[in-house]
Design a protein around this ligand. Structure first.
Ligand code: 5GP
Ligand code: ZN
Length: 114
């Protein structure tokens, strides 16, 4: 989608700090980090969130979770822990309507989240 920030990042039209890329997804550093480590894992296919998800997206979403584990392990987080977050809708805090998973770590993470 032409007016989607994450589609434009994926196309290279908007710069980002990319830490991982393969055929299905990219992972970038969040521009306004909410924790010392704050990555965004973004499928290359555009769909807004869980509500917009089709059967054809399932494999990509599974892939996102496996790569999140890999990126966390590479950063020494397999024992200390990390959090994956995905917001659905404005009321839940979603501001970019292209599905993405936040990977947060490096500080104490409260539960339940606010
Ligand atoms: P949401 O609020 O939709 O769950 O998360 C969107 C995230 O995208 C936010 O954490 C925000 O800081 C991040 N973000 C918004 N615009 C950009 C951008 O242009 N570049 C990067 N790297 N992150 C962005
Ligand atoms: Zn998009």
């Amino acid at each position: 989608m032409n007016d989607c920030i994450f589609c434009r990042i994926i196309k290279g039209e908007i710069p980002s700090k990319k830490v991982y890329e393969d055929d299905l997804i990219v992972a970038i550093e969040d521009i306004a980090p909410k924790a010392p480590l704050h990555l965004l894992l973004i499928p290359k296919q555009h769909f807004s969130n869980c509500l917009d998800m089709q059967k054809q997206h399932e494999a990509t979403v599974g892939h996102v979770f496996r790569i999140a584990g890999k990126l966390a392990t590479e950063r020494g987080l397999s024992e200390g822990g990390f959090r994956l977050v995905q917001n659905n809708g404005e009321a839940a805090g979603q501001s970019v309507f292209h599905l993405h998973i936040h990977l947060l770590a490096g500080r104490e993470l409260q539960w339940p989240p606010g």
